[in-house]
Write a protein that binds this ligand. Structure first.
Ligand code: 6PG
Length: 250
């Protein structure tokens, strides 16, 4: 079912199946181009519930996918062991990584075994620096970053009114309890997210319709998801009818 509403980068789908089918095709398009150009596809995945169906679709793909050339990073992580039910890596491992033949060295989790969230963030920055061969002051350029949106407009683990929204130097930072009601977290920062070649927001449910109207239609919005403005990359909002229900149709 093609998307019913295309305003540049916003696509609204009548079913979650058609939304995930579109996201799957977009993933293939981006990975094929990345592998053609750079010999590898570097993608950062979010946690939450919305992307689960896409991860399962990728895991069950009948079309063989080049997992040996795909590098999976994590957008944000809770500072808990990987076996903890709040772990984003656990969900991504259960729905995708454990179902595919991907080399261990292609999986780049946020290590939560460090003795503090700050040390986990620093370790993740070292991993990003070595994988992307970064010089001081450079930011990683992912081929694709998949993001969700909270009902408060947060994305990754960047929450409204957080001082982390004005971070300009760090690539990954700790998110203190002040910002989040549950576990301490580690998150990629906006400079990394906005340096990506492609960013896809996945959102479903009318509970997100109000923040999506602000994010998509209010150019002055200060919501974290509204601050995702790729410098050169492409930005897509893939929404179901509930999430897109308050948007002004063309
Ligand atoms: C996390 C995610 C977070 C998520 C949103 C939306 O660690 O939970 O990174 O940013 O994407 O909260 O979550 P849902 O997809 O479950 O609505």
């Amino acid at each position: 079912m093609p998307s019913r509403y295309k305003k540049n980068r916003v696509h609204i789908f009548s079913t979650l199946d058609s939304l995930n089918a579109f996201a799957f095709e977009k993933w293939i398009e981006v990975l094929e181009y990345a592998i053609l150009k750079r010999g590898r596809f570097a993608v950062a995945l979010s946690g939450g519930k919305t992307p689960i169906d896409l991860y399962k679709r990728l895991a069950g793909s009948k079309k063989p996918l080049p997992w040996n050339k795909t590098h999976i990073f994590i957008v944000d992580e809770r500072f808990v062991p990987f076996e903890h039910d709040q772990s984003n890596f656990l969900m991504i491992d259960q729905t995708l990584l454990s179902q595919i033949k991907i080399p261990e060295e292609n999986i780049h989790p946020v290590s939560t075994e460090e003795n503090s969230p700050e040390n986990s963030a620093l370790k993740y920055e070292q991993d990003l620096t070595s994988f992307f061969k970064l010089k001081p002051g450079e930011f990683p350029k992912f081929d694709l970053i998949l993001l969700g949106i909270g009902e408060d407009g947060h994305t990754a683990s960047l929450f409204p009114d957080s001082e982390l929204l004005s971070e300009t130097r760090r690539m990954a930072v700790q998110v203190s309890h002040a910002d989040t009601l549950i576990n301490e977290r580690i998150t990629l920062t906006l400079p990394v997210i906005n340096n990506s070649k492609n960013i896809i927001f996945l959102a479903s449910g009318s509970g997100k319709s109000a923040v999506l109207k602000d994010i998509v239609e209010n150019s002055d919005s200060a919501l974290p998801s509204a601050l995702v403005k790729p410098k050169e990359g492409k930005l897509f909002f893939l929404l179901d009818e509930g999430a897109g229900s308050l948007l002004t149709k063309p």
